[in-house]
Design a protein around this ligand. Sequence first.
Ligand SMILES: Cc1cc2nc3c(=O)[nH]c(=O)nc-3n(C[C@H](O)[C@H](O)[C@H](O)COP(=O)(O)OP(=O)(O)OC[C@H]3O[C@@H](n4cnc5c(N)ncnc54)[C@H](O)[C@@H]3O)c2cc1C
Length: 399
Amino acid sequence: MNRTKYDVVVVGGSLSGLLTAREIGSRSSISVKVIEADHEIGTPEHCGGLVSLSGLRKLGIVPSSRSFRNYITRAKIYSKSASFVVDARLQDVVAIDRRELDKQIAFQAQKLGVEIATMCSMKTVSVGPKPGETRDNNFEDGYTFGVHTVEGTVYCKYFVDARGLSSLISRHRTGILPSGQYEVFAPWIDPDTVELYFDSDKYPGFFAWIIPLGENKAKIGVAGKDINIVNSINSFLESKGSSYSISRKIYAPIYISGPIRNFIDGHRSLIVGDAAGQTKPTTAGGILSSGMGGLLAGRAIVNAIEAGDDSFLGNYPNEWHSLFGFEFKKLMLARKVFEHLDNKALDEIFSTVSQSTLSRISQNAEFDFHSAPLSLILNAKSTSRIVKGLLESKLRKAQ
Ligand SMILES: Cc1cc2nc3c(=O)[nH]c(=O)nc-3n(C[C@H](O)[C@H](O)[C@H](O)COP(=O)(O)OP(=O)(O)OC[C@H]3O[C@@H](n4cnc5c(N)ncnc54)[C@H](O)[C@@H]3O)c2cc1C
């Protein structure tokens, strides 16, 4: 590690950190370094990779032939004994290879002059004097942070925490669920249909999923409160058919409790992506919302540095909340209702979703903003009656 001073250091070289760095790198006058603990950008890949092409465009990404995996045209949603199908052809949903996508963003950033160090884990960060405070000899004028890594210390004026859930967990947040996802080859995989399986006994608070990748391959996973992930995913696979072959297993937590209160953590210190809880409370999807967190933080830092005015940093939380705040509030509400539904209620709701509701969802829904289709289902008269009845009976039992 030769150079030791940068305007900005981003810790975490995955989606959100790389997008922060790419935005800052677009200004040649601002120096930025990304510090990544793993030996390779994009590794280990834990993401399902489900996102819309329009979501990726908002992040300034057109998937390359290496990062694109598959087009998704339908979603089939199951409860224990009912199901419904959503036609997703208008939603432009794709499965992408996150390892390759992250490398693609890293390359965009590198071409702009961003430095990336892999196998360079941050151990701690220390904070130097604020403007006007007594100067500590370890910090040169204006360099606010000392980022201590396994390769030595780098100093920077702005610090970005993009360490994903490992950062969030260290802040003692609740809302983390265990999950497992296998890459599977099997003849029974529907080539272009995402399948979600709800079962309040087997996957409490979440579901099992199949994301097809083409050529009879899929990412198959489960998550749920207090469940044994290995047993759950094995019995899910057995339930689908005896013939399958697993090429990869990954276990990673997911987060479902909404954004943290402050994306700006003190003077010139910003938190982005999963580290800031920017994943959807319903599906834990975060490619767009976490990625956008990184991108907006990068833009806010550029504006603050160019104007010499740190109040521009406030644009980052403001703009993120204006894009996702209301949507996430509605998703949190939907999650609260969902957590009370037992299998009987899920069966009743799933069997009463009408064709007209499904065609309205297919025609109008945006994949990355799914509170609207959820509201259509939850606000249907039959569903409201079921949910109301269930909540009343729970209240009676609790009294
Ligand atoms: C099982 C699973 C399936 C998912 N499927 C989908 C999906 O289909 N669609 C979707 O939209 N979203 C999905 N997500 C969510 C999505 O993967 C995340 O929202 C996204 O990866 C967040 O990116 P991030 O950069 O904020 O964090 P992360 O991708 O978690 O990256 C954090 C980075 O920080 C690095 N790091 C951590 N600590 C340090 C340190 N001390 N020093 C240096 N580097 C460090 C890590 O090595 C890592 O590279 C899924 C998540 C999981 C777990």
